[in-house]
Design a protein around this ligand. Structure first.
Ligand code: 6R9
Length: 668
């Protein structure tokens, strides 16, 4: 912030905070906000679920819905049944009459390449790509698996698939070949999409290599792999064999210039996309999202929580390969007809001011990032942002709890004390925000996610499923007691897993009364005495590594595959910058000795099975893992050791000396 009083303002902010804990949203912000009438909270309470019509009415429907919610077959809730619409039409076509020349996507690549894609250009590209999909045989309801990094081809392909009613399943670019292959198999995709490569920190990364390998290891490899090119031609380091299933997108496009493909009319309940995510057990599961309820939810929250106006320039620094990018780079912002920024590269390349340089260059109004990024910016120091001239009206965070200290730094040094700061809690499965303030209507409270979005009904339960008294300040299991429009439909191809992972713990699964069905978020939370909700963190073996969601089980199974390894347990080590990082504890088989070589093989296996971002902080070779008498590994004790905390209860251990021995090794 080019604001010389920011340091003084900071001192003042801190002292104000110790007095009252809350900060009023800036008057200027309140004056222009999209949600300014607090009656919205009561209205959604009193008119639930019909009030959600207000969300759906932000979209263009071909056929209006017959009812808002069909809850006759819980937990398979249906939103806006009878309604029909197309997501690509809502994100693109409907803006053409008023703003065909307005920029839809501002793409900032590495290597100085940028693209300014107007709504008219986006319309053309999405239509042409839809024609390409049709040309290679994609039919309505076929799932197209994509493995694309942060390039315009990604949102274009998603919207093109949506246009012809083909659900997309985008695999985060940082995921490995194995992860890509697993998702192709699970979704049964005949057509996949990838790119020759992309730039990261000045280096060209060959991305097609991963597709080559995925084709080898997939059980049923796709018939066609559409290959984009990052430049105008295939990169010289990448080759396309003659007898493999690759088809260059550019070649097909030659014949499709100017093609128009009518948006297919989709039922509100037809699937828009799958997003695979980590859970407590086994393989990642495909969270399946519907068209109508999802689009209504993300469009409404983009408008009322992120406060997006069509005239804004909005930048969410997440990767589109995760749910945050789907909901709050692509579908929500584009449905509102705004200008959304996409950045290909790293925040510290070629220098640590890159983020603020982009914010200045495009005059970004709204900036959305993760607490991990805020902590990193904080570590780099406020002198860096101070060199740039940017002016945000609205700042948000997502992905993990934000510590009050980081929140204050963000507010002061990035917001200059006059931008609103909003923490948003939600999940891949929830589709859009569930707990977060409507920023003009609630005071800001650093470290707290705020109030539920209107119409969302959270509660805190103890482990037996009894409700903890509301606003009692006691921690427990966060649950959502009523369905909401953005919720997942099911786990793709596995309704049992959907019920088991999200509902069974706290529902009466034999009942068909929707009131007996309660969604388990997997997070611990506190409903504070002042009515604010504070999220504590995952309770279920899911870790949050630098904002990337990772399952303990996935890591452990990657480690167990290494020859010589007998058993593995993963513990989350708190890390100042990255939130949590995995520590791996392994026992070896007889005949295998601890060595750098095994350690390297363990790391390689994790990188190959999952991706580089999952790389562990430490690999510890131990004689024995702490286990209960019944043989369950007590990961909690390992977590205490990793974080150098006092050991929790060790009474149930088979051999109580185990954790002490491990501790000695780790902290000697
Ligand atoms: C959107 C997204 C979901 C998990 C969630 C929780 C954590 C997300 C948070 C937060 C505290 C917030 N989480 N937002 N924790 N405060 N504002 O991140 O989806 O990748 O599925 O992760 O992330 O633990 O359960 P996803």
């Amino acid at each position: 912030m080019a604001d010389d009083d920011s340091t003084d303002a900071g001192g003042a902010i801190e002292s104000r905070l110790t007095e009252q804990e809350y900060l009023r949203p800036p008057t200027e912000f309140v004056g222009q906000a999209n949600a300014t009438d607090s009656a919205i909270y009561d209205r959604f309470d009193e008119e639930w679920p019909d009030a959600f019509e207000e969300f759906a009415e932000l979209l263009d429907w071909e056929e209006r819905w017959d009812r808002v919610l069909d809850d006759s077959n819980p937990p398979f809730f249906e939103w806006f049944p009878g309604g029909t619409l197309n997501a690509s039409y809502n994100a693109v076509d409907r803006h053409l009459p008023e703003r065909k020349d307005q920029t839809a996507i501002l793409w900032e690549g590495e290597h100085g390449k940028t693209e300014r894609i107007a709504y008219q250009d986006l319309y053309r590209r999405v239509n042409e790509m839809a024609a390409v999909f049709r040309e290679v045989g994609v039919l309505e309801d076929d799932i197209v698996t994509m493995h694309l990094p942060m390039v315009p081809a990604l949102p274009v392909s998603m919207l093109a698939a949506a246009r012809i009613g083909a659900p997309h399943s985008e695999v985060f670019g940082g995921f490995s070949a194995q992860a890509f292959a697993d998702r192709i198999d699970d979704a049964g995709s005949d057509v996949a999409v990838t790119i020759d490569g992309y730039y990261r920190r000045g280096e060209f990364l060959n991305h097609k290599e991963k597709a080559d390998k995925a084709l080898e290891i997939a059980d049923s490899p796709p018939d066609t792999v559409l290959l984009f090119t990052r430049g105008d031609d295939l990169h010289e380091d990448v080759s396309i064999g003659s007898d493999d299933p690759y088809v260059l997108v550019d070649d097909v496009l030659e014949d499709k210039r100017g093609a128009e493909v009518d948006p297919v009319s989709r039922d509100a309940e037809d699937t828009l996309f799958l997003m695979y995510t980590s859970g407590t057990t086994g393989q990642p599961k495909g969270a399946q999202h519907r068209t109508g309820g999802y689009l209504a939810h993300v469009t409404a929250t983009s408008k009322y929580v992120l406060d997006i106006e069509p005239s804004d320039t909005y930048w969410c620094s997440a990767d589109i390969g995760w749910i945050t990018g789907h909901s709050y780079i692509v579908y929500g912002p584009l449905s509102l007809g705004t200008t959304t920024v996409m950045y290909e590269g790293a925040p510290d390349f070629p220098h640590k001011g890159r983020t603020w340089e982009i914010a200045e260059k495009y005059d970004v109004d709204i900036f959305h990032t993760s607490p991990t990024a805020v902590r990193m910016f904080m570590k780099w120091g406020e002198d860096i942002p101070r060199q740039y001239d940017f002016d945000f009206r609205h700042l948000t965070t997502v992905g993990e709890p934000i510590q009050p200290e980081a929140w204050l730094w963000y507010y002061e040094h990035i917001g200059g004390g006059d931008a609103v700061v909003v923490d948003t809690w939600w999940q891949t499965e929830t589709g859009g925000h569930l707990i977060t303030n409507l920023p003009a209507l609630k005071d800001m409270k650093p470290g707290s996610a705020g109030y539920p979005v209107p119409g969302i009904e959270p509660a805190i339960l103890d482990d037996e499923g009894n409700e903890i008294e509301p606003a009692s300040g006691q921690a427990g299991n966060l649950v959502i007691t009523k369905p909401w429009p953005g919720m997942l439909q099911t786990v793709y191809g596995n309704d049992d897993r959907y019920i088991n992972e999200y509902w069974r713990a706290f529902s009466d699964t034999s009942s068909d009364d929707p009131k007996d069905w309660v969604y388990k978020a997997g997070d611990g939370a506190v409903h504070e005495r002042d009515g604010y909700w504070r999220i504590v963190g995952r309770l279920d073996g899911v870790m949050n590594v630098a904002g990337h969601r990772l399952g303990t089980m996935e890591l452990e199974s990657a480690v167990s595959e290494v020859s010589g390894v007998a058993e593995a347990a993963v513990a989350g080590r708190e890390d100042e910058e990255r939130g949590t990082v995995p520590d791996i504890y392994v026992t070896l088989r007889d005949g295998a000795d601890p060595s750098q070589e095994i350690r390297d093989r363990i790391v390689t296996s994790i990188v190959e099975e999952i991706g580089k971002f999952a790389r562990p902080a430490n690999v510890w070779f131990v004689d024995e893992l702490p286990k209960t008498r019944s043989g369950k590994i007590m990961r909690r004790l390992l977590e205490d050791i990793s974080n150098d905390e006092q050991l929790g209860n060790t009474r149930t251990l088979r051999d109580p000396s185990v954790p002490d021995n491990i501790r000695q090794m780790v902290h000697e």
